[in-house]
Design a protein around this ligand. Structure first.
Ligand SMILES: C[S@@+](CC[C@H](N)C(=O)[O-])C[C@H]1O[C@@H](n2cnc3c(N)ncnc32)[C@H](O)[C@@H]1O
Length: 394
């Protein structure tokens, strides 16, 4: 591609590689929308033979990885941008440089403040002891968090930290529970299973309380991948089933997890947990749409909620607040908190419900608060409550 801006971007990249200041290059926005390859994430790594560029090819349902020497890597990057992709984001400690190519071949570069810091050194001697160990960890390798030598892949550092943080947060709640032998954990919307495998590993290995665990996921290709990994890791009591959170057949659930299940799928999961009498319900909601559509504010809050972004945030707070209150109204003690800094993921709110013998006065108060909040915001239909209404009628 004969273009000054393009060449400038390539020169910048070359110089960041030479000075070892490159944090990450992300190539994205496929020209061919039907292609399964969605993006390529490129970082510097050191192997015995010297410095290489690690390419993670992100496909729709899997990642593959390959290392190239810098010369070879530059040829491949140039070719990807000329033939296949329209965007590239170049991260260094000094700036973030975005390359934008239009379908007609026009090229622009935008420079922004640095979005990332140089990641910590994860060499063996400096690594903090983590609750999920990397040594010979087959599922972390199969999930692409570790490379084939069981070393943490730099570009998967955030995911590894998130997995650890999640287990560290659950630990005190799980330790409070009196769990029967062969207790059942259900992970609703288990996705690629990062957190499912880690929890199974922690319960079985660290805590010495082996569960029977089920991942429920609507995408059958992910279910297959996860069952294959469970087989390789010899996690015999962990199974993934294709199904919908709302109707999936489940044995009695003791611990129910739903992380980043979209919109009302989180409500379906909470409903399944409550009606199964789960001792612990943990969810990290995302994509709050249902309540926002219901908002019909007639009071002075209108002056604030006329701003779209404030209405969106308010709807999220109401949605998650009502979820916690519904759990309280069903005899759960709840806690709502941020589980990892937004630097790692914007979807970072966690709602935890621990089953207690709820006092009638607390239950009554929760129900009154739900009613008052709905009235204040003009909410006529609340999906989670509606599930109970339908359930009680049948
Ligand atoms: C954002 S991913 C999160 C995956 C995983 N829980 C995590 O936190 O890494 C949400 C997953 O939930 C699945 N999902 C969403 N709604 C669902 C439903 N109603 N029934 C089953 N799976 C669902 C999606 O297919 C997707 O894989």
């Amino acid at each position: 591609m004969a273009n000054q801006q393009f060449d400038l971007f390539i020169d910048k990249l070359q110089s960041l590689i030479s000075s070892r200041e490159l944090i990450k290059l992300v190539i994205s926005n496929q020209r061919d929308h039907s292609s399964d390859l969605k993006s390529i994430v490129i970082t510097l790594i050191d192997i015995k033979k010297g410095t290489r560029l690690n390419f993670v090819y992100r496909y729709k349902t899997k990642d593959t990885t390959k290392n190239y020497d810098p010369g070879e890597a530059m040829i491949l990057i140039r070719k990807s941008l000329e033939d296949d992709f329209l965007n590239a984001d170049l991260f260094s400690g000094k700036e973030t440089l975005r390359l934008l190519i239009t379908e007609h071949g026009k090229v622009k570069i935008r420079s922004n403040q640095p979005a990332m810091k140089q990641v910590a050194d994860f060499s063996h001697d400096r690594r903090k002891e983590r609750v999920i160990a990397t040594e010979n960890n087959i599922y972390l390798r199969e999930l692409g968090i570790l490379n084939s030598n069981f070393e943490l892949r730099k570009e998967m550092t955030d995911k590894y930290l998130q997995v650890n943080r999640y287990i560290e947060l659950l630990e005190p709640f799980i330790r409070e529970l009196e769990l029967p032998v062969g207790f059942h954990v259900a992970d609703m919307g288990s996705g690629k299973g990062y957190l499912t495998f880690a929890l199974y590993d922690y319960l079985t290995g660290t805590l010495g309380k082996p569960p029977v665990m089920t991942g429920v996921e609507s995408r059958k290709e992910l279910v297959k991948i996860c069952n294959d990994i469970a087989g390789k890791a010899a996690f015999t009591n962990l199974k993934f089933n294709t199904g919908n959170i709302r109707e999936a057949e489940l044995a009695k659930v003791d611990i129910l997890i739903a992380l980043h299940a979209c919109d009302t799928a989180t409500d379906d999961a909470i409903f399944r947990g409550i009606t199964s009498g789960a001792s612990l319900i943990v969810c990290a909601p995302c994509c709050h749409k249902q309540i926002r559509k219901e908002l019909d504010v007639k009071n002075d809050l209108k002056g604030i909620l006329k701003h779209g972004i404030l209405e969106e945030r308010q709807a999220e707070i109401i949605t998650d607040g009502l979820r916690a209150l519904v759990m309280e109204a069903h005899g759960y003690k709840t806690k709502v908190f941020e589980f990892i800094s937004t630097e790692h993921t914007p979807k970072n709110l966690m709602i935890v419900g621990l089953k207690i013998h709820g006092k009638p006065a607390v239950i009554k108060k929760s129900l009154e608060q739900i009613r008052a909040i709905k009235e204040m915001f003009g909410i006529k239909m609340h999906y989670l409550e509606e599930l109970f209404v339908t359930h009680d009628k049948s």
